[in-house]
Design a protein around this ligand. Sequence first.
Ligand code: ADP
Length: 498
Amino acid sequence: MKILMASSEAVPYAKTGGLADAVSALSLALAKLGHEVRIVIPRYYGIDRGKLTQLEGAMGVPTGAGEEWSAVYTTDLSGSPAKNPVRVYFIDHENFFGRDGIYGSPSEPDFLDNPRRFAFFSKAVFQLCRKLDWYPDILHAHDWPSALVPVYLKFAERQGGFAKGKSKGFSLTASVLTIHNLGYQGIYNKDNFNYTGLGWDVFYNAGFEDWNMMNLLKAGLYSADKLTTVSPNYAEETKLQAHGFRLDGVLRYRSADYSGILNGIDDGIWNPAKDTHIPKTYSAKEMEGKAKAKEALQKEFGLAPDPNVPLIGMVSRLVEQKGMGALFGPSYGSAWSICRDMNVQMVLLGAGESWCENEVMSLSSRLSNFKARIGYSEKISHLIEAGSDFFLMPSQYEPCGLNQMYSLAYGTLPIVRNTGGLADTVENFNEEKGTGTGFMFNDLNPQAIYNTVGWAVWAYYNRRPQIEAMRLAGMKQSFSWEKSAKKYVDIYEGLVKD
Ligand code: ADP
């Protein structure tokens, strides 16, 4: 099959979250299965043109505000199979994308012209195919920034009128839209609809209308042939009012075409047997490296060097979605009481909302057994995954979540809220049978986190053989992209027209 991924992010070029990892890893896994996969993303300011090849000629993109011109650059995605590389195309438009930041900047968190930028990008996806004379079987869009792609396909590009013997254009192309996080929908003033170049009949027929605003993701959810999200449990949750961010009705309406496929993890990077960021590699058969990692982690953060105290790690965006309110919120969230009452150590790496960064650093200076670092570090995140005994993720909601899967691979027991992909990947500890791979709680409040961490700490001191067995059970699991890619292929195959 010919598959084109249209995305606002893809590693290693542009990343703000799990979307970027998923797009590139899924593309590589599909290419390894023999499919012809290409990716198209905007060329942001930070992407060096010098490392790319420019396609000949400029590309005209018709928009509602007149034609815009773009250059197109290309390269092969690193890690591609030699015989079947994944080609990446970059849509280069200085005004729209030649700035720092993908969706916004510190002073302007959501660029005012985002609807215009991503309407242009989505339309450019089709112009690119025409330029290349390459028409995919599947157009796979991701999240709100490319949600207009399935809308254009259904309401403009797929509409008949193809001369006999000529290319059939997009008449045989089907679309898939994947939700990586339903919390972000691209809701803008509806005046911006003019930039799409679509007629106002489409505004209503495609479901853009959202309380007198324009909702890009909602229109995509109405228009795409199939919808997916990044875990089976999140697919179910998002059909409920509690997790649907007001789009649960649309998702219930589309439920016959909507499913969840768990993201994979890259076991070339997140694998304790190959990890170059930790002092000594290890595996289920030889766990000595894990103890060495714990020692190094305690040293790195200035914690007492004690192999026998349970160490709880966290790597997270410091935002409400990740449950930070219940951990660090006003009047002493649970982190403070946990560290005060229990014989534990805690380390945290993260960045995000300033109230949380401040609170975390203040705790870090007041407590000897809680140490935090604000910032982003690939190396430290590996050390935390390897050196911790437990990994805490009290997420409010979690479409898939990667860190709990990394933790399982590293023999670190996740302590998670029973939600989204966390519920699909972690099995709760059963004291009687000694089974499970982690610890779970249902309600998001300081007391529930405190109690569940307390339970894990109790098990660490009193049920050590069971803890060790759980570590090994987690390490045996596989979250491969190949497995996930095959599930996407099943969906694509159901759509391909001969
Ligand atoms: P989300 O995409 O919602 O932030 P995920 O768990 O799906 O959550 O993915 C987050 C990814 O970003 C993980 O790979 C995590 O390790 C990484 N990450 C988040 N914050 C940091 C940080 N401060 N330093 C290093 N890696 C981080």
